[in-house]
Design a protein around this ligand. Structure first.
Ligand SMILES: [Zn+2]
Length: 1014
């Protein structure tokens, strides 16, 4: 069964509908197969056309029906029935009902002048109705070798010839020259020359854009070329570029929202592909974990290792065990079997779940993972109904749900002792930089109120989390804040080589009980160090102190460290500046991202074994070696926040929002995760803010609602289509109130011997999450160039395999992408252009290292948004509606001089103001008379009492609310210097620091695919 997804003759061999025709080979072999280059059969025909004709319509763009739904816009996905009456200058209306058989691209009938290209460098297309020109007019164009390859006379109307030409484009930059020189220069109005950047064309039938829309195809920029003739050709070549013609992420997102948004997604079906992460849906757990907890790269695994190897599609699941569940979805049930604890398979130790098959009248069950037949414990016995289902099926979450928790017994606790509630330790660097910037005072003031919001168990009156305080520069100060004290007491540890905690009693306390002493302390700290001259700091001893304190208190917990500079003071973990831009793009570039080992590696291990997570808030004014400083945080389920050149007035709110979210978020401690699978495959690799001592147990000092672990699977045997592929993620952890629990997530996938099933069930957002994490790990050991080559190579193999095995036969000049992966290239290209992979001396090493570390723990939602930011037009927003305006494609093309746009990627938030932004709009948003008066230092929008201001602020607030960390708002004016930062995020455009545009990348990938196929 062949299956088409996205089918396109790529830009370089693609014509606009009605503008001269498509290659005859669309969906079949070309009518004039290219012959070898360099033997141009010259003939008289090429110079006989004196009366150029209008083009005949005749595109073959078939919208593969497997892409779902009817073509959204008129004309898309339908063939044009044939040539219009001779002399008709306009476009043809698409013939209704002319779509081809489902799943097959269609062949054009009545193609007019066509050129089929082949080239190993890049491909350019020439078509149109050729007037009297000769080879000599084309040949001299620099960088382009043109060969007349074959010429067939086809009677499409009076005096119309079909000309097949092969151009060899030697230098990509020459393509515009070509378009400009030949067509307008020679004055042959009907000669249209397109090339890989200048072609407008429609691709899969779903990619309708404004320019392509509408019956009659009279969209802007469409009617022009042939009616206006050379006028259009004379224009700047980029005018002809129609980005709408290539698969659009925003369109895919919109389509999924339209199709599945607002619906209830029930998880009762094995191998069901969930809605996109961007879609708004409600989950009803009916036996498989919600996609909020587990999301897979494909929901149909190939049956054999050979098939998996052949397609190269990574088999992975991204698990976010503590994902936030919306209020309208069922919260996690806790199953308590008392002292016996959870029921587990005797052999593989899998936990009771919907995949256990009860037999023998309910006395036994067969494990879905290892097939072992187990006795049902007497207390758990229940009769089966006539369907073989336990009578209590719906009363037991562990039998009917995909996700639930078990109360753990002492067997699951460290040293068989009950766990204690975790502690939060606030560790403030009080060196000169932090005092001077006002940070210390800001943190101390904030903590007085923030500590009232420490996380608590649902329904509990107050939090059981204990708190403690440390300040430090070169030495450490511990505080006794016991409630009985009138004044806090400070104890100093100046020997940082052998860190110990000078007090046990009174260091970790209950905030409610010690509120007065703590507030007293927080009032005093900024003043105590107000006159400090100390600019040196220690760092590793600070973490060590935190671990020792938790060890002494026999609890897990988290360190919140507020730190300013690279730790240069004489102490373990002392660092020196090793930033070296000369290493960029060399074999040694990887060393910039490798942490300085020894001390920090051991610290990570100590932290993990104590359940001590580290969150690092950095306020650097220069290089601080984030690769090393962030290492402990990223192995302990922690986060690294970075505020360069921090100024309280400008950045204070941004930092405080991050801190609040971080302190208040749902979290589990001292966690160990195990992913079990049914026979035939197993988890082989893990990516996340994790630590691993062996090959199976994922240790996380803490795991919060935003942290995800990406797990890769490999075959070790053949999988059966009948039983599918089952996985169970079991996470043992300590709750915020000190209870030991097991959180279980189960997921069942299909297995198939047909690769088409795999491709149909792919999830691009999950795939790119896997690729990002694996590339960011690989860059520690390999040159960036190699890492990028591997990425593209694997992508090309994935897509080539689809083409070879799942798609209908078609001309090699066509790019065919599986529907579920049709926007994969844009994400991949964006990934290749991210700071960590781009290798540019203009980017700060710390920023690159920071992004690398942060991405490692991201879930699918976060990587999706990071790699394809939302660009939201604001100038036309409907102030009466509460919906956020629909985002547009991330390209400069979409910006308008009179426009205003918001761009967010989960880390940054930009408000872009066009040069010609109407003053009324500026006035209503900023309360200043013109764009020139708007300060780009604004970090929040003024609260004005008008609908535009209210609407925009509500959009910004809702975006901030949805994201794990707070995004700093940056105001950007068109053509201003500040625009550079913004432009980096226009991922469809050429990268500012290198990297191809989406269009060019697609050409590149296509070429790679063709290479794989040959
Ligand atoms: Zn088992």
């Amino acid at each position: 069964m062949s299956q088409q997804g996205y089918v396109a003759t790529p830009p370089y061999s693609q014509a606009q509908p009605g503008m001269g025709g498509y290659p005859a080979g669309f969906g079949s072999a070309p009518t004039s197969p290219p012959t070898a280059m360099g033997h141009p059969p010259m003939g008289p025909h090429s110079s006989q056309m004196a009366h150029p004709q209008s083009p005949l319509a005749g595109p073959t763009m078939a919208g593969p029906q497997s892409m779902g739904g009817p073509p959204p816009m008129g004309g898309m996905g339908r063939p044009f029935p044939g040539p219009p009456p001779p002399g008709a200058g306009g476009f043809q209306q698409p013939g209704p009902g002319a779509a081809g058989p489902p799943g097959h691209p269609q062949q054009l009938q009545g193609t007019d002048s066509t050129v089929t290209w082949s080239s190993t460098v890049a491909i350019t297309k020439l078509y149109g109705f050729v007037g009297p020109f000769s080879m000599s007019q084309i040949k001299p164009i620099p960088g382009i070798k043109v060969c007349f390859q074959s010429r067939d006379r086809i009677n499409l109307g009076p005096c119309i010839w079909e000309l097949t030409v092969e151009l060899k484009l030697i230098d990509c930059t020459a393509k515009c020259v070509l378009a400009n020189r030949i067509a307008p220069g020679t004055g042959y109005q009907s000669l249209t020359l397109w090339n890989c950047l200048c072609v407008t064309g429609q691709f899969g039938g779903q990619m309708a854009g404004p320019g392509m829309a509408g019956p009659g195809m009279a969209g802007p920029g469409m009617a022009g070329p042939f009616q206006g003739g050379a006028a259009q050709m004379a224009g700047p070549p980029q005018k002809k570029l129609d980005p709408d013609s290539i698969p659009s992420t925003t369109q895919v997102i919109e389509d999924d929202q339209a199709k599945r948004g607002g619906q209830v997604y029930t998880t009762n079906l094995r191998g069901q592909v969930p809605p996109l992460v961007t879609t708004d849906y409600t989950v009803q757990d009916q036996g498989n974990a919600s996609p909020r907890f587990m999301r897979c790269t494909t929901y149909s695994f190939p049956c054999t290792a050979d098939l998996a190897k052949q397609c190269q599609v990574p088999l992975a699941t991204i698990i976010k065990p503590f994902a936030t569940v919306p209020k309208n979805e069922t919260p996690m049930y806790v199953v308590n079997h008392g002292e016996t604890g959870p029921i587990r398979c005797n052999r593989c130790k899998a936990y009771m779940c919907p995949y256990m098959q009860f037999t023998d009248g309910g006395r036994r069950y067969q494990c879905g993972f290892c097939n072992c037949v187990n006795e049902v414990p007497a207390f758990y016995f229940q009769h089966l109904d006539h369907m073989g289902k336990r009578v209590d099926f719906y009363e037991r979450p562990e039998l009917s749900l995909g996700s639930y928790e078990f109360a753990a017994t002492l067997d699951y606790c460290k040293n068989n002792k009950p766990a204690s509630p975790p502690a939060y330790i606030f560790m403030i660097d009080v060196s000169y930089a932090n005092i001077k910037s006002g940070l210390v005072r800001l943190v101390c003031d904030e903590l007085k109120t923030l500590l009232d919001n420490l996380p608590r168990e649902d329904g509990a009156e107050s939090s059981m989390v204990k708190v403690g305080f440390v300040t430090y520069n070169k030495i450490l100060h511990f505080y006794n804040v016991k409630s009985a004290l009138a004044q806090p007491q400070m104890m100093v540890v100046s020997d940082t080589a052998e860190m110990f905690v000078p007090l046990l009693d009174g260091f970790l306390v209950n905030f409610q009980e010690s509120r007065a002493v703590i507030n007293n302390l927080l009032d005093q700290i900024p003043d105590m160090f107000a006159d400090t001259n100390e600019s040196e700091t220690v760092f590793a001893p600070v973490i060590q102190a935190g671990v020792e304190a938790l060890k002494a208190a026999e609890c897990s917990g988290k360190l919140f460290i507020f730190h300013s500079s690279i730790p240069t003071a004489e102490a373990p973990g002392k660092l020196k500046n090793r930033d070296d831009k000369k290493l960029i793009n060399t074999e040694k570039e990887k060393t910039l991202f490798q942490p300085q080992k020894a001390v920090y590696e051991q610290l990570s291990k100590d932290c993990v074994s104590q359940g001590c997570s580290v969150d690092l808030f950095l306020f650097p004014s220069q290089y601080v070696d984030i690769a090393t400083m962030g290492d402990v945080a990223t192995h302990t389920g922690g986060s690294v926040f970075k505020y360069s050149n921090f100024q309280v007035e400008r950045d204070g709110q941004h930092f405080l929002s991050d801190l609040r979210k971080d302190v208040e978020k749902a979290i589990g401690f001292d966690a160990i995760m195990r992913v079990r699978t049914s026979t035939g495959f197993r988890a082989t690799d893990f990516f996340g803010a994790i630590h691993m001592n062996n090959t199976t147990d994922v240790e996380m000092a803490a795991v919060d609602c935003d942290k995800a672990v990406t797990v890769e699977f490999k075959h070790d045997d053949t999988l059966s289509e009948e039983t599918g592929a089952l996985m169970q993620c079991a996470l043992l952890y300590t709750t915020i109130s000190g209870q030991r629990r097991l959180r279980i997530h189960n997921l069942s996938l299909n297995c198939s011997a047909q690769l088409s099933e795999l491709y149909k069930s792919c999830e691009t957002d999950a795939l790119i999450n896997f690729f990002a994490k694996s590339a960011y790990r690989a860059m520690l050991n390999q040159p960036l160039k190699t890492v990028k080559e591997i990425l593209v190579n694997q992508a090309a193999h994935m897509l080539a395999c689809y083409r070879k095995n799942c798609a209908s036969p078609s001309a090699a000049s066509q790019l065919i992408l599986p529907d579920a992966m049709k926007v994969f290239p844009v994400y991949l290209n964006s990934l290749l252009k991210t700071g960590p992979l781009v290798g540019s001396a203009e980017l700060s090493t710390d920023d690159r290292a920071h992004q690398r570390l942060s991405t490692t723990a991201m879930g699918v939602e976060d990587t999706q948004l990071l790699l394809y930011p939302r660009l939201i037009p604001l100038h036309n927003m409907d102030v009466a509606s509460d919906v956020v305006p629909t985002p547009v494609r991330c390209s400069e093309e979409r910006l308008t001089d009179a426009g205003m746009f918001l761009l967010e990627n989960g880390c940054s938030l930009f408000l872009w103001l066009g040069q010609a932004c109407p003053p009324e709009m500026i006035q209503s948003i900023f309360n200043v008379p013109s764009l020139a008066h708007v300060s780009i230092d604004l970090r929040s929008l003024p609260e004005l009492d008008n609908p535009q201001s209210q609407k925009l602020r509500s959009i910004v607030d809702s975006l901030l609310d949805q994201r794990p960390s707070s995004m700093k708002l940056m105001i950007v004016k068109q053509k201003d210097r500040s625009e550079i930062m913004f432009r980096q995020h226009l991922v469809e455009d050429k990268g500012l620091h290198g990297g191809a545009s989406y269009m060019d990348f697609l050409c590149y990938v296509h070429r790679e695919i063709r290479q794989v196929l040959t």
